[in-house]
Structures are given as C-alpha cells and as structure tokens.
Design a protein around this ligand. Structure first.
Ligand code: G3H
Ligand code: 13P
Ligand code: ZN
Length: 323
C-alpha cells in the first residue's frame, strides 16, 4: 500500500487502544531492521526523519530508501513523518519529498508565537492532505538547550492551543527528555497530565523522548569498549499506562542508537580482523530489528497492520476541506 497519513494511523490506534512506535531513521540498515520487525509482527509503523537525518541523507537518499521500504512491504501501513520541523521552509521540503506527516516544533517560543507558527504550518500542510503534529511545553535535552527551562504542558493552554491551531496530534511534555540521560534517579513522569490533556483536547497525543535506555543495551556498549553512563529511561510500563490514557505515537531514537552501537562494537571487538561493513552493519540491523519488534509488542501495535484500508492524501485534502 502507499504511504498512509499520520491522521489515519493514529485514528486506527485510538480505535484499537494501542500506540504506534515512531522510529528515527538515517540509513538503510535502520529502515530495514524496522521494516523486518513490522513485517514479522504485522504492525503499522512510523518512520521519522529529523532535520539532521534529511541533511545526512541529502534528502533524495532518504526519499528512495523509504520508497524501497514501502515497495518491499506492500502489506504494511507506513507513515513518513518529519520529526522536529523547525520552520515552514523545512515543512515544505518534507512535503515536496513525499512525507505524509510533519511536526512543527515551535514549543520553545512563547504561546502566541507557537500558535501563529503552528497554525501557518497547519494551513499549508492540510492543503496537501498532510497531517500535522504540533508541540506545547518543553522537554529536557535538545529542547532545554533552546528554552533554558523545562515546562510541562498545561491542560488549559493545551485546550486553547489545539482549538486555535487545528493540529492533528499534540506532543506533550510530561517529564521526558531526549537522549540517553533522562533521569538521575527514579523516573518521574506526570502521567496524570496525559489523562487530563487527552480528555480536554480529544486528539491523539505524542510522547517524545520515550526511549527506555535498557540496562542490557548500555551494558552491551560498555562491555566492548564503550563508555556510556547508565541512567534511567522511560519505563515500558509507564509508556503502556500513557497509551491507556491517550498517547498514540511514541518516539524512539536513542534505544536504536544504543542497540546498533552495541552490535557494531561487539563484532569489531570479537573479530578485529574484520573490515567488511556488512560484517558489522548486518548485526547492527538485526539489533534494530530485535529492539523494534519488542517495542511493537510493548506498545500493542503488533498484529494491527491488517486493520488498515489505506486512505490517500487526496482523501485527506477532501477531509480537511469539509472540516
Ligand atoms: O529528537 C531528536 C531525535 O532523536 C533526532 O535526533 O536531530 O540527532 O537526528 P537528531
Ligand atoms: P529518545 O531520545 O528518547 O529516543 O527520543 C526520540 C525523540 O523524541 C525523537 O523525536
Ligand atoms: Zn523528539
């Protein structure tokens, strides 16, 4: 089937009461590992590319790698999503490349500016039938660098924001952060906020910074010469709870990076004579597959690929015109 819009994917997830993993991709092995998991588990999947990923792949490579993934897996519903789009210009580039969903992340601006920038993107993207994720509140990590402080999403503001912006989904800040260092001690997440916001906005919610940073993945990196400090990630049980409360899209990048790095290090450590990239990228691809397959089971999306009758961006254009 062709790439599907995020709108459909998250609507199906809502119907089925599950979450869909949104996995960051930058190269062929990551895409293949993720698609192998989706195929085996018959799961819908979201492939997402950051601005860094677009730059790294020089746009065209990413476009055709994803096209290959779709062609090789015709029975799997796949969304291609722009992660952390920073401007209308980036959004336009993604839509030109064939993305079926974009995120506009203007969450580091003040509320009114966030509304204005996000609304502008919604108006543009919906003309093409492309879904839009906007964000309110700030996470730690990359967003903290910009904002300086971490601001959890306020339910009153969320209600007003969604009504004025008209986005299809909302990324919320409930205490997670990007990267491998999320919590010093026990993970603290404001799951009650998810429940409250979900009740108020009535659109699917998105959880960024949702990697679990499993100890075994960090240990695997460190066992073969790596040096990563162990800290707590987002417990899978908390994600499951968040899904029960209305989170439908779960962003995972760091866990994939850890899984691949561990596999590459292990191969090169155990067989220092190897220099064929296939010898270490092959195991890295398998490590992505194992991680993603586990997450598809954890988030409940496994087995749901068959539920989808794909809708097109043309259908979505008509939908937005009616709204
Ligand atoms: O949220 C950010 C993602 O982990 C992507 O990271 O900008 O280094 O590609 P990146
Ligand atoms: P992690 O760093 O927790 O994997 O989060 C990724 C993310 O939110 C991408 O947008
Ligand atoms: Zn993110």
């Amino acid at each position: 089937m062709p790439l599907i819009p995020m709108y459909q994917c998250l609507k199906e997830a809502e119907k089925g009461g599950y979450g869909v993993g949104a996995f960051n991709v930058n190269n062929m092995e990551q895409i293949q590992g993720i698609m192998k998991a989706a195929r085996e588990l018959e799961s819908p999947v979201i492939l997402q590319a950051s601005r860094g990923a677009l730059k790294y792949t020089d746009l065209t490579y990413l476009k055709y790698l994803v096209q290959a993934a779709v062609e090789a897996n015709p029975e799997i519903p796949v969304v291609l999503h722009l992660d952390h789009g920073d401007s209308l210009e980036t959004v336009k580039t993604a839509i030109r490349l064939g993305f079926t969903s974009v995120m506009i992340d203007a969450s580091h601006h003040d509320f009114e500016t966030n509304v204005r920038i996000s609304r502008e993107v919604v108006e543009y993207a919906h003309e093409f039938g492309v879904s839009v994720e906007a964000e309110l509140g700030t996470l730690g990590g990359i967003e903290e660098d910009v904002a300086g402080t971490v601001q959890l999403t306020d339910p009153d503001q969320a209600e007003e924001f969604v009504a004025r912006v008209g986005c299809d989904s909302l990324a919320v800040a409930i205490g997670t952060s990007h990267g491998a260092y999320k919590f010093k001690g026990e993970p603290k997440l404001a799951l009650d906020l998810v429940q409250e916001i979900s009740r108020r906005v009535q659109i699917p919610l998105v959880l960024h910074g949702a990697s679990s940073v499993p100890k075994e993945l960090v240990d695997a990196v460190n066992a073969y010469g790596g040096s990563i400090e162990q800290s707590s990630g987002v417990p899978v049980e908390s994600i499951k709870e968040a899904i029960r409360y209305g989170v439908r899209k779960i962003n995972v990048d760091t866990d994939i990076r850890l899984a691949m790095t561990g596999a590459v290090r292990k191969t090169l450590f155990e067989a220092p004579e190897k220099f064929d990239p296939r010898d270490y990228l092959g195991p890295a691809r398998e490590a992505v597959y194992r991680l993603v397959a586990q997450r598809m089971k954890d988030f409940g999306s496994a087995g749901h690929a068959r539920d989808y009758t794909p809708i097109t961006l043309e259908d979505m254009k008509a939908h937005y015109k009616r709204a």
